[in-house]
Write a protein that binds this ligand. Sequence first.
Ligand SMILES: *Cc1c(COP(=O)(O)O)cnc(C)c1O
Length: 392
Amino acid sequence: MSHKEIPLSRPNISRHEEELVLKVLRSGRLSIGPMVEQFEEMVARRCGVRHAVACSSGTAGLHMTMVALGIGPGDEVVTTPFSFIASSNVILYAGAKPVFVDICPRSLNADPELIEKAITPNTKAILAVEAFGNPEHMDAYARIAAKHEIPLIEDCCEALGAMYKGKAAGSFGRAGVFGFYPNKQITTGEGGMIVTDDERLADLCRSLRNHGRAVQGKGSIEGGSTAGSWLHHERLGFNYRISEVSAALGVAQMERLDEILRARSATAEMYIERMAGLNDFVLPTIPDECEMSWFVFVPRLSTGYTRDERDRIIKGLRIHDIGSSDYFPCIHQQPIYQQAFGYREGAFPIAESVSARTLALPFYGWMTNREVDLVVQTLELMLSRENLSRRA
Ligand SMILES: *Cc1c(COP(=O)(O)O)cnc(C)c1O
């Protein structure tokens, strides 16, 4: 890594995180302890929900939610093709079928009308994603789910702290799932969190994350035997626990969440201001009645540009030590999904068109004006190079 590199993302870890992690290391209690409980309480409170279950990753949280909701072979789950692959992989883990619908070009989230049209008697859930932290349509998804009496699962891995129409991301569905990988708003290194108002679902997930053991102090969820011993397993569980060390990181990050989100918003504002006059880019839009929680900053090239041109611009930025990425290639076009389902090109034209032109720029809290300016200057340079070679 060169000293002048501007990375795509950068976690913000302060002395406070260091101190809390050290405290856990010195306590001798490295798993299943008070830090996990505190981390869960903080996230639940922040989302305005009753229960939170911390786990080893966002993907693990989504997987447990699928299992806990009884989704399995023969079931369909309606979801978006414009997301990180994990949001759809968990449907495959459960043995169910992802049914993709196209997205709305403004929010980049699944189009609510298309979701409703895709529902069949086999549909067992809607799995919605807040793409890049944008919570638009979450209320509409919740209404559709309620009308069809199926659960809404909110993959809010990119949206911690976002508010939409007065409700927090994570609180719209039967369950919401956050992820804490180092590029997210806050990080625990690796980690995730299920949030829900449904106590039975929370208890099931607590059992599933801990090898299918009964939940401590609750006996058997199913009734009957209350054998709560360590080697008593009531169901096929996983080891999806999070360590006390990671949870300490999470507690310290949650204590600083507002400060971190404000710094990220300030970076987004700098970009929006700096790029406002550039006609070759479509900038991210902020929905009405929304408090954004910025996950990444992803403008896209206007419709005249091709995927190859976009890819060359990304490469050009990287050569100049500026992080950039093609968030997100469509899930249905990934080799593993092509092999399994063979979608034809143009199956989801908006998602495909958007995905060919997006360009994630370096984004983190406390980016300086000079860094933002250098990124955008280099971007403009790479763009002029493309425009020149076009005419040649
Ligand atoms: C980050 C992310 C996840 C989960 O990621 P993990 O690396 O498993 O924590 C799931 N869905 C989306 C949309 C994500 O962005």
